[in-house]
Design a protein around this ligand. Structure first.
Ligand code: SF4
Ligand code: SF4
Length: 451
């Protein structure tokens, strides 16, 4: 057996080495995916992340499983690719998660989602924040936030995601917090979710130098006329669509990665296809601009979006078609993650993350910010029960325990994005993505970055 991608050390340390008994019967572990590629047999272990290329003898042995121990099984059994009959890998996954979360997470808070404001200069009809109160962060609250970051990072580097409202409406607080971190020599980098309209040359320069901005996500809802109508910006003198494209050029020209998100629904598919072609002409092959499709399924926080089962299937096909086209144009944002045992879904259950509202209160999920406050910069954590709620998980299908990618597929019970059951099409597409990732790692070999 040749290891192509090493297993995660901390998972191996938790799981230990499998003790082999010569009298036991062995079978393939349920969470191992086999990929046959150009005459080679590859096995990926979705718990440890190890990717192995089998020798001819090992590949032949696979065909005879389940089978009594044979020395040719040695390495595969040690790496938990093979387990003895009667082993419960589903239970093991749960145990590993529990042990990891109780022993190894530490107390440092290193990832911040900060809302300098909930005001926005656009008025998108689908915005889930449209009924939220409008609040600007004060200079005093921003000062307390700098202290909080300094006190809770435990010497570690921090990352910030600026969010809103439109974060650029709270520009002064972004300046203040970034300057405060620099003055205290706290290493940090930032990303932003923005509509992109308020950038100009000077702000782009500042965002690179002062805010340490590395990535911006900007949503386009359609081509020029549609975009300008949907965004309905307040007080504009110019053409917002053209201005946002110019700003994407400015940002990417300074090496800041722009991830363009296209909101697709059953009603705007022609428009999205046209937009993809336009973006292809403008950005194809540029390393700092990528595009991805966000399909507006039910329960994703946009209102009012309710789809029939047929609509959902049609949207999946549409998404797959557009993704192919984006790949052809070398524009596609590849969000496939190399799979191994996951311990959290997002910032909501990440013990090292916190979302800070403009009034200094803490919450964990951008879609539940109003009802989900569990403390504040002044009081610390006041409602630990709300934090615990975000640790509850769910399995979207009865067959999850049997699914080869189960260890890497993690769903929070209270996440509104997890409203859809995992129908066969989702599963097949998730498996295809995993195979794609495995083959790309196989191509890149041991040097690939799997962190
Ligand atoms: S949600 Fe679907 S893809 Fe994920 S483990 Fe369950 S069945 Fe598999
Ligand atoms: S819980 Fe769901 S909706 Fe909330 S931040 Fe996480 S992924 Fe987003």
């Amino acid at each position: 057996m040749k290891t192509i991608v090493e297993p995660k050390k901390y998972i191996v340390n938790l799981w230990g080495k499998q003790r082999i008994k010569e009298t036991d019967v062995y079978r393939l572990m349920r969470y191992v995916l086999r990929v046959d590629h150009e005459g080679k047999v590859l096995l990926h272990n979705a718990v440890t992340g190890q990717l192995a290329e089998l020798s001819r003898e090992e590949a032949a042995m696979l065909e005879k499983l389940p089978a009594v121990y044979d020395p040719v099984m040695e390495q595969l059994a040690a790496g938990h690719f093979l387990v003895r009959e009667g082993f419960d890998e589903y239970k093991s996954v749960h145990q590993l998660r529990r042990i990891y979360k109780s022993r190894f997470t530490g107390k440092a808070i290193t990832h911040y989602v900060i809302l300098p404001t909930t005001f926005c200069n656009a008025h998108c009809f689908y915005c889930y924040e449209s009924d939220h109160p409008r609040v600007q962060m004060t200079e005093e609250t921003a000062g307390k936030l700098i202290d909080y970051i300094d006190e809770h990072r435990q010497g570690k580097r921090i990352s910030i995601n600026w969010f809103g409202g439109e974060p650029l409406v709270g520009l002064r607080r972004i300046d203040q917090i970034s300057q405060g971190l620099m003055d205290r020599e706290i290493p940090f980098a930032s990303a932003m979710i923005s509509n992109g309209y308020l950038f100009d040359e000077e702000i782009v320069e500042r965002s690179r130098e002062l805010w340490k901005l590395q990535r911006v996500q900007i949503t386009l809802d359609g081509t020029e006329d549609t975009y300008n109508r949907v965004k309905a910006y307040a007080d504009v003198q110019d053409n917002p669509y053209q201005r946002v494209l110019r700003n994407i050029d400015l940002l990417s020209g300074k090496g800041i990665h722009v991830k363009i998100r296209l909101n697709a629904d059953v009603y705007n598919q022609d428009e999205i296809r046209k937009l993809i072609e336009e973006l292809g002409e403008r950005y194809s092959g540029q390393s700092h601009v990528t595009v991805y499709l966000n399909t507006l399924f039910d329960g994703q926080g946009y209102q009012p979006v309710h789809h029939s089962y047929d609509d959902i299937l049609a949207l999946m096909d549409f998404n797959a078609d557009c993704t192919e086209r984006l790949k052809e144009m070398k524009l596609h944002f590849d969000d496939i993650k190399y799979p191994y045992l996951s311990f959290s879904q997002c910032m909501a259950d990440n013990p090292h993350a916190v979302m800070i509202q403009p009034d200094g209160s803490f919450c964990r999920c951008e879609h539940e910010s109003i009802h989900d406050r569990y403390g504040s910069l002044e009081e610390g954590v006041t409602d630990p029960g709300k934090l615990d709620r975000w640790n509850e998980t769910m399995e979207p299908s009865d067959i999850c325990p049997e699914c080869p990618i189960y260890p890497a597929c993690y769903h929070l019970r209270h996440c509104m994005n997890n409203g859809l059951p995992c129908i066969e099409r989702f599963r097949v597409s998730a498996l295809e993505k995993q195979k794609e990732q495995i083959l790309s790692m196989y191509g890149n070999g041991m040097e690939a970055d799997v962190e």
